[in-house]
Design a protein around this ligand. Structure first.
Ligand code: C5P
Length: 236
């Protein structure tokens, strides 16, 4: 299975994003387009990034009634993204509607993954703010199993949960993992984190890395370091 590093391009405009990507010259990193960029630049940013040869993970984390999510997915499937997502919190019915809406008349569709618990959420917040009085890992695994049962391809989770998700849902069930930081960097607002090499050891399929790359003095070198640590080679 293809493993890769996805750069979270959390920029406020299309121009900034395309300027950022130009630095990579011959390389064509996998790009994540999230809410900030999508809302600022509109659907054409997905096409623009695709046209430059990048694969796109469209990270809009849909969560609404099944009918609305299904109909929205019918729109998103035409943008040419390679991966899209929903919140597993929206229930199995909502996730089934998402699969249905995303599937094109010829049967093809982008990969669909579900967010389990945001990697900025810890167990205390879950218990005290969300009133979910269960170990965080149980919640993540339960949501992952719901996503698998609804026909999704994988989940977005912390790298620290990737191995358990694979054990519960199968080795082919994708784990897309944000919350990655270099050993010598700040965690910022991410709570459940590991390094790229750690994510590799834990079995992540895709790591999503934003600020450590986009905010680096040399984003290209930092991206390469990340790829090297994650895909093999020497871990630092
Ligand atoms: O900058 P940083 O590396 O923290 O970026 C992580 C990216 O992954 C952000 O775009 C964030 O929205 C996203 N994400 C996350 N946790 C999830 C799902 C998505 O951090 N559970």
């Amino acid at each position: 299975m293809a493993k890769d590093v996805i750069i979270a391009c959390d920029f406020p405009s299309a121009a900034r994003t395309l300027r950022f990507l130009e630095q990579f010259e011959g390389e064509r990193p996998y790009v994540k387009i999230g809410m900030e960029l999508f809302y600022a630049a509109g659907p054409n940013i997905v096409r623009a990034v695709r046209d430059r040869g990048h694969r796109v993970f469209l990270d809009l984390k849909l969560c609404d009634i099944p009918n609305t999510v299904g109909r929205s997915m019918r729109v998103l499937r035409e943008l040419g993204a390679d991966m899209v997502n929903v919140h597993a919190f929206g229930t199995k019915r909502m996730m089934e509607a998402a699969v249905e809406g995303l599937t094109r008349p010829d049967g093809s569709r982008p990969l669909l993954v579900a967010v389990t618990q945001l990697t900025s959420t810890d167990e205390t917040r879950m218990r005290e703010e969300l009133l979910i009085d269960r170990p965080l890992e149980d919640v993540v695994l339960h949501y992952a199993a719901n996503a698998r049962d609804a026909g999704l391809d994988g989940v977005v989770c912390s790298p620290l949960e990737a191995a358990r998700v694979h054990a519960r849902c199968g080795a082919g069930f994708l784990t897309v993992t944000p919350g990655v930081r270099f050993s010598d960097a700040d965690a910022g607002d991410q709570a459940r984190i590991t390094t790229p090499a750690g994510a590799r050891a834990l079995g992540s399929d895709y790591i999503v890395v934003g600020r450590p790359i986009t905010g680096a003095d040399d984003p290209v070198a930092t991206y390469r370091r990340c790829v090297k640590e994650f895909l093999g080679g020497s871990a630092t």
